[in-house]
Design a protein around this ligand. Structure first.
Ligand code: FUB
Length: 323
Protein backbone atom coordinates (compact mmCIF):
# COMPACT_ATOMS: atom_id res chain seq x y z
CA UNK A 1 0.00 0.00 0.00
CA UNK A 2 1.45 3.40 -1.01
CA UNK A 3 1.90 5.92 1.81
CA UNK A 4 -0.60 8.81 2.06
CA UNK A 5 0.96 12.12 0.94
CA UNK A 6 1.47 14.81 3.56
CA UNK A 7 1.57 18.57 2.99
CA UNK A 8 5.08 19.87 2.21
CA UNK A 9 6.40 16.36 1.48
CA UNK A 10 7.26 15.11 -2.05
CA UNK A 11 4.16 13.66 -3.74
CA UNK A 12 6.37 10.89 -5.13
CA UNK A 13 9.97 9.87 -4.41
CA UNK A 14 10.59 7.20 -7.09
CA UNK A 15 11.08 9.91 -9.76
CA UNK A 16 11.93 13.64 -9.67
CA UNK A 17 9.06 15.92 -10.64
CA UNK A 18 8.77 19.70 -11.09
CA UNK A 19 6.52 22.52 -12.36
CA UNK A 20 3.20 21.10 -11.09
CA UNK A 21 -0.03 22.16 -12.82
CA UNK A 22 -2.92 20.89 -10.70
CA UNK A 23 -6.56 20.56 -11.80
CA UNK A 24 -9.66 18.86 -10.47
CA UNK A 25 -10.90 16.38 -13.08
CA UNK A 26 -13.41 13.58 -12.46
CA UNK A 27 -13.46 14.25 -8.69
CA UNK A 28 -9.69 13.97 -8.09
CA UNK A 29 -6.72 16.31 -8.17
CA UNK A 30 -4.64 15.55 -11.24
CA UNK A 31 -1.11 16.94 -11.32
CA UNK A 32 0.74 17.53 -14.60
CA UNK A 33 4.44 17.99 -13.73
CA UNK A 34 7.71 18.03 -15.63
CA UNK A 35 9.77 14.87 -15.15
CA UNK A 36 13.31 15.73 -14.04
CA UNK A 37 15.88 13.11 -14.96
CA UNK A 38 18.35 11.62 -12.53
CA UNK A 39 21.49 12.50 -14.49
CA UNK A 40 24.27 15.02 -13.95
CA UNK A 41 24.06 18.07 -16.23
CA UNK A 42 26.03 21.31 -16.50
CA UNK A 43 23.97 24.10 -14.95
CA UNK A 44 23.79 27.43 -16.83
CA UNK A 45 21.52 30.47 -17.39
CA UNK A 46 20.25 28.88 -20.59
CA UNK A 47 18.60 26.10 -18.56
CA UNK A 48 20.50 23.28 -20.33
CA UNK A 49 20.38 21.31 -17.06
CA UNK A 50 16.61 20.88 -17.49
CA UNK A 51 16.92 18.25 -20.18
CA UNK A 52 13.61 16.48 -19.65
CA UNK A 53 12.25 13.96 -22.16
CA UNK A 54 8.76 12.91 -21.10
CA UNK A 55 5.74 13.56 -18.92
CA UNK A 56 4.08 11.50 -16.19
CA UNK A 57 0.64 12.27 -14.75
CA UNK A 58 0.03 12.07 -10.97
CA UNK A 59 -3.26 12.08 -9.06
CA UNK A 60 -4.45 12.23 -5.47
CA UNK A 61 -7.94 11.79 -4.07
CA UNK A 62 -7.40 14.60 -1.58
CA UNK A 63 -5.81 15.28 1.80
CA UNK A 64 -4.18 12.17 3.26
CA UNK A 65 -4.61 9.89 0.23
CA UNK A 66 -1.73 8.18 -1.62
CA UNK A 67 -0.41 9.68 -4.84
CA UNK A 68 -0.82 7.57 -7.98
CA UNK A 69 1.76 7.80 -10.78
CA UNK A 70 -0.12 7.03 -14.00
CA UNK A 71 3.21 6.49 -15.79
CA UNK A 72 4.67 8.02 -18.93
CA UNK A 73 1.95 9.74 -20.96
CA UNK A 74 4.00 11.48 -23.68
CA UNK A 75 7.65 11.21 -24.81
CA UNK A 76 9.60 13.69 -26.91
CA UNK A 77 10.41 10.98 -29.46
CA UNK A 78 6.67 10.83 -30.29
CA UNK A 79 6.38 14.57 -30.97
CA UNK A 80 7.38 15.19 -34.63
CA UNK A 81 8.33 18.87 -34.20
CA UNK A 82 10.09 18.65 -30.80
CA UNK A 83 13.82 18.02 -30.34
CA UNK A 84 14.40 18.34 -26.58
CA UNK A 85 13.58 19.92 -23.22
CA UNK A 86 10.02 19.01 -22.35
CA UNK A 87 9.52 21.80 -19.78
CA UNK A 88 6.56 22.85 -17.63
CA UNK A 89 3.21 21.58 -19.02
CA UNK A 90 -0.43 22.30 -18.24
CA UNK A 91 -3.72 20.54 -18.95
CA UNK A 92 -7.29 21.60 -19.70
CA UNK A 93 -10.65 19.92 -20.31
CA UNK A 94 -13.09 20.94 -23.04
CA UNK A 95 -15.08 19.25 -25.84
CA UNK A 96 -15.06 15.93 -23.88
CA UNK A 97 -11.28 15.92 -24.39
CA UNK A 98 -8.26 16.43 -22.14
CA UNK A 99 -5.57 18.66 -23.61
CA UNK A 100 -1.93 18.63 -22.55
CA UNK A 101 -0.06 21.84 -23.44
CA UNK A 102 3.72 21.61 -23.33
CA UNK A 103 6.81 23.59 -24.42
CA UNK A 104 9.87 22.07 -26.08
CA UNK A 105 12.72 23.24 -28.28
CA UNK A 106 12.14 22.59 -31.96
CA UNK A 107 14.87 21.57 -34.44
CA UNK A 108 15.94 25.25 -34.75
CA UNK A 109 16.45 25.32 -30.94
CA UNK A 110 13.50 27.66 -30.51
CA UNK A 111 10.98 26.98 -27.75
CA UNK A 112 7.46 26.40 -29.08
CA UNK A 113 4.26 25.20 -27.44
CA UNK A 114 2.51 22.01 -28.52
CA UNK A 115 -0.76 20.27 -27.69
CA UNK A 116 -1.57 16.60 -27.18
CA UNK A 117 -5.01 15.10 -26.54
CA UNK A 118 -6.55 12.22 -24.64
CA UNK A 119 -9.97 10.89 -23.69
CA UNK A 120 -8.72 10.47 -20.09
CA UNK A 121 -7.12 12.92 -17.63
CA UNK A 122 -4.44 10.28 -16.96
CA UNK A 123 -3.49 9.96 -20.66
CA UNK A 124 -1.73 8.66 -22.68
CA UNK A 125 -1.73 11.79 -24.85
CA UNK A 126 -1.48 11.91 -28.65
CA UNK A 127 0.47 14.93 -29.93
CA UNK A 128 -0.62 17.15 -32.78
CA UNK A 129 1.91 16.93 -35.65
CA UNK A 130 2.94 20.61 -35.37
CA UNK A 131 3.32 23.14 -32.57
CA UNK A 132 0.63 25.81 -32.14
CA UNK A 133 1.23 28.27 -35.01
CA UNK A 134 2.54 31.57 -33.62
CA UNK A 135 3.51 30.03 -30.25
CA UNK A 136 6.86 30.68 -28.59
CA UNK A 137 8.69 30.59 -25.25
CA UNK A 138 7.70 28.35 -22.31
CA UNK A 139 5.42 27.60 -19.36
CA UNK A 140 1.91 27.43 -20.89
CA UNK A 141 -0.94 27.80 -18.38
CA UNK A 142 -4.49 27.41 -19.68
CA UNK A 143 -7.46 29.00 -17.96
CA UNK A 144 -11.01 28.12 -19.04
CA UNK A 145 -13.48 30.83 -18.06
CA UNK A 146 -17.18 30.97 -18.92
CA UNK A 147 -16.68 29.15 -22.22
CA UNK A 148 -13.58 31.12 -23.28
CA UNK A 149 -10.11 29.61 -22.97
CA UNK A 150 -6.92 31.59 -22.51
CA UNK A 151 -3.32 30.41 -22.70
CA UNK A 152 -0.70 32.35 -20.71
CA UNK A 153 2.98 31.73 -21.37
CA UNK A 154 6.52 33.14 -21.40
CA UNK A 155 9.76 32.92 -19.50
CA UNK A 156 13.01 34.92 -19.52
CA UNK A 157 16.57 33.66 -20.12
CA UNK A 158 16.42 29.94 -21.09
CA UNK A 159 12.72 30.48 -21.86
CA UNK A 160 13.67 33.00 -24.63
CA UNK A 161 10.87 35.52 -23.94
CA UNK A 162 13.17 38.56 -24.35
CA UNK A 163 14.13 37.31 -27.85
CA UNK A 164 10.58 37.91 -29.12
CA UNK A 165 10.20 41.65 -28.37
CA UNK A 166 10.03 42.54 -32.07
CA UNK A 167 7.46 39.84 -32.85
CA UNK A 168 10.03 37.53 -34.40
CA UNK A 169 12.93 35.56 -32.90
CA UNK A 170 16.13 37.60 -32.45
CA UNK A 171 18.76 35.18 -31.06
CA UNK A 172 20.98 37.79 -29.35
CA UNK A 173 18.22 40.10 -28.06
CA UNK A 174 18.42 41.13 -24.41
CA UNK A 175 15.73 42.19 -21.95
CA UNK A 176 14.72 45.83 -21.33
CA UNK A 177 16.99 48.14 -19.30
CA UNK A 178 16.42 48.27 -15.53
CA UNK A 179 14.41 51.51 -15.71
CA UNK A 180 12.11 50.33 -18.51
CA UNK A 181 8.88 48.40 -17.94
CA UNK A 182 9.53 44.69 -17.38
CA UNK A 183 8.35 42.21 -19.97
CA UNK A 184 5.02 40.67 -19.01
CA UNK A 185 3.66 37.21 -19.71
CA UNK A 186 1.90 36.67 -23.03
CA UNK A 187 -1.76 35.74 -23.36
CA UNK A 188 -3.75 34.42 -26.32
CA UNK A 189 -7.33 33.28 -26.60
CA UNK A 190 -7.57 29.66 -27.72
CA UNK A 191 -9.79 28.54 -30.59
CA UNK A 192 -12.91 26.48 -29.88
CA UNK A 193 -11.00 23.24 -30.62
CA UNK A 194 -8.14 24.37 -28.29
CA UNK A 195 -5.53 23.67 -30.98
CA UNK A 196 -4.69 27.18 -32.19
CA UNK A 197 -4.63 30.84 -31.16
CA UNK A 198 -7.68 32.97 -31.84
CA UNK A 199 -6.10 36.32 -32.77
CA UNK A 200 -2.63 37.61 -31.98
CA UNK A 201 -0.95 36.85 -28.65
CA UNK A 202 -0.51 40.02 -26.55
CA UNK A 203 1.62 41.05 -23.61
CA UNK A 204 0.02 41.45 -20.17
CA UNK A 205 0.80 44.60 -18.23
CA UNK A 206 1.58 44.26 -14.49
CA UNK A 207 1.27 47.55 -12.62
CA UNK A 208 1.85 48.80 -9.08
CA UNK A 209 -0.83 50.38 -6.86
CA UNK A 210 -0.19 53.79 -8.50
CA UNK A 211 -0.87 52.38 -11.96
CA UNK A 212 2.80 52.46 -13.01
CA UNK A 213 4.31 49.44 -14.77
CA UNK A 214 6.58 47.21 -12.69
CA UNK A 215 10.11 47.92 -13.97
CA UNK A 216 12.64 45.40 -15.28
CA UNK A 217 15.06 46.31 -12.46
CA UNK A 218 12.46 45.55 -9.79
CA UNK A 219 13.50 41.91 -9.49
CA UNK A 220 11.49 41.33 -6.29
CA UNK A 221 8.27 41.91 -8.25
CA UNK A 222 8.85 41.69 -11.98
CA UNK A 223 7.61 38.77 -14.09
CA UNK A 224 10.19 36.06 -14.86
CA UNK A 225 8.32 32.81 -15.73
CA UNK A 226 5.67 30.31 -14.63
CA UNK A 227 2.34 32.18 -15.03
CA UNK A 228 -0.83 30.79 -13.45
CA UNK A 229 -4.32 32.35 -13.53
CA UNK A 230 -7.20 31.45 -11.22
CA UNK A 231 -10.45 33.14 -10.28
CA UNK A 232 -11.54 33.94 -6.72
CA UNK A 233 -14.60 35.99 -5.76
CA UNK A 234 -15.00 37.29 -9.33
CA UNK A 235 -11.38 38.53 -9.62
CA UNK A 236 -8.60 37.10 -11.76
CA UNK A 237 -5.36 36.30 -9.95
CA UNK A 238 -2.16 36.11 -12.03
CA UNK A 239 0.67 34.48 -10.07
CA UNK A 240 4.22 33.89 -11.28
CA UNK A 241 7.87 33.37 -10.41
CA UNK A 242 10.24 36.33 -10.02
CA UNK A 243 13.15 34.09 -11.10
CA UNK A 244 16.34 35.73 -9.82
CA UNK A 245 14.71 36.59 -6.45
CA UNK A 246 12.95 33.20 -6.24
CA UNK A 247 9.50 34.41 -5.10
CA UNK A 248 6.04 33.34 -6.20
CA UNK A 249 4.04 36.59 -6.27
CA UNK A 250 0.60 37.65 -7.52
CA UNK A 251 -1.37 40.46 -9.10
CA UNK A 252 -5.15 40.92 -9.48
CA UNK A 253 -7.40 42.14 -12.30
CA UNK A 254 -11.10 42.35 -13.16
CA UNK A 255 -10.22 41.20 -16.70
CA UNK A 256 -8.40 37.97 -17.62
CA UNK A 257 -6.36 40.00 -20.14
CA UNK A 258 -5.26 42.53 -17.50
CA UNK A 259 -3.80 44.93 -16.60
CA UNK A 260 -3.03 43.17 -13.32
CA UNK A 261 -2.21 45.12 -10.15
CA UNK A 262 0.64 43.75 -8.07
CA UNK A 263 -0.37 42.54 -4.58
CA UNK A 264 2.39 40.61 -2.84
CA UNK A 265 4.14 37.34 -2.17
CA UNK A 266 2.49 33.91 -2.11
CA UNK A 267 5.54 31.70 -1.55
CA UNK A 268 8.97 32.58 -0.13
CA UNK A 269 12.05 31.07 -1.82
CA UNK A 270 12.34 27.28 -1.70
CA UNK A 271 15.46 25.09 -1.77
CA UNK A 272 16.81 25.23 -5.34
CA UNK A 273 17.03 28.00 -7.98
CA UNK A 274 13.66 27.62 -9.68
CA UNK A 275 10.26 28.03 -8.08
CA UNK A 276 7.06 27.12 -9.93
CA UNK A 277 3.50 26.63 -8.76
CA UNK A 278 -0.21 26.22 -9.45
CA UNK A 279 -3.31 26.99 -7.40
CA UNK A 280 -6.44 24.83 -7.30
CA UNK A 281 -9.66 24.59 -5.29
CA UNK A 282 -10.69 21.11 -4.15
CA UNK A 283 -13.93 20.84 -2.18
CA UNK A 284 -13.86 23.67 0.39
CA UNK A 285 -10.11 24.31 0.42
CA UNK A 286 -7.54 25.96 -1.82
CA UNK A 287 -4.15 24.39 -2.42
CA UNK A 288 -0.77 25.59 -3.66
CA UNK A 289 1.24 23.00 -5.59
CA UNK A 290 4.95 23.84 -5.82
CA UNK A 291 8.35 22.20 -6.11
CA UNK A 292 11.70 22.32 -4.39
CA UNK A 293 15.03 20.49 -4.58
CA UNK A 294 15.13 19.15 -1.01
CA UNK A 295 14.93 15.45 -1.96
CA UNK A 296 18.02 15.75 -4.21
CA UNK A 297 19.98 17.83 -1.69
CA UNK A 298 19.56 21.04 -3.72
CA UNK A 299 20.30 19.89 -7.31
CA UNK A 300 18.69 22.46 -9.66
CA UNK A 301 17.56 19.85 -12.14
CA UNK A 302 16.18 17.27 -9.67
CA UNK A 303 13.10 18.72 -8.07
CA UNK A 304 10.07 17.29 -6.26
CA UNK A 305 6.43 18.38 -6.36
CA UNK A 306 4.67 19.15 -3.05
CA UNK A 307 1.45 20.81 -1.93
CA UNK A 308 0.24 22.91 0.96
CA UNK A 309 -3.01 24.69 1.84
CA UNK A 310 -3.40 28.26 0.57
CA UNK A 311 -5.46 30.73 2.63
CA UNK A 312 -7.11 34.03 1.70
CA UNK A 313 -7.69 36.99 3.97
CA UNK A 314 -11.19 38.52 4.15
CA UNK A 315 -10.16 41.25 1.67
CA UNK A 316 -9.17 38.65 -0.97
CA UNK A 317 -5.41 38.94 -0.45
CA UNK A 318 -3.41 35.73 -0.06
CA UNK A 319 -1.48 34.79 3.08
CA UNK A 320 2.24 34.34 2.35
CA UNK A 321 3.49 30.79 2.71
CA UNK A 322 6.96 30.15 4.14
CA UNK A 323 7.78 26.58 3.13
O1 FUB B 1 11.46 22.97 -15.53
C1 FUB B 1 12.10 23.79 -16.49
C2 FUB B 1 11.83 25.23 -16.20
O2 FUB B 1 12.28 25.55 -14.88
C3 FUB B 1 10.38 25.62 -16.18
O3 FUB B 1 9.82 25.72 -17.46
C4 FUB B 1 10.46 26.88 -15.41
O4 FUB B 1 9.24 27.38 -14.99
C5 FUB B 1 11.37 26.47 -14.28
O5 FUB B 1 10.68 25.80 -13.26
Amino acid sequence: MTKPVQPNEPLVTHIYTADPSAHVFEGKIYIYPSHDLDHEMISNDNGDQYNMEDYHVLSIDGDGSPCVDHGEVLHVKDVPWAKQQMWAPDAAYKNNTYYLFFPARDYDDIFRIGVATSASPSGPFTPEPNYIPGSYSIDPAVFVDDGKSYIYFGGLWGGQLEKWQTGSFVPDAEGPSETAPALGPIVAELSEDMLSFEGEPREISIIDTNGNPILAGDEERRYFEGPWVHKYNGCYYLSYSTGTTHNIVYAISKDPLGPYEYQGKILSPVIGWTTHHSIVQFKEKWYLFYHDSSLSGGADNKRSVKYTELRYNDDGTIQTIHP
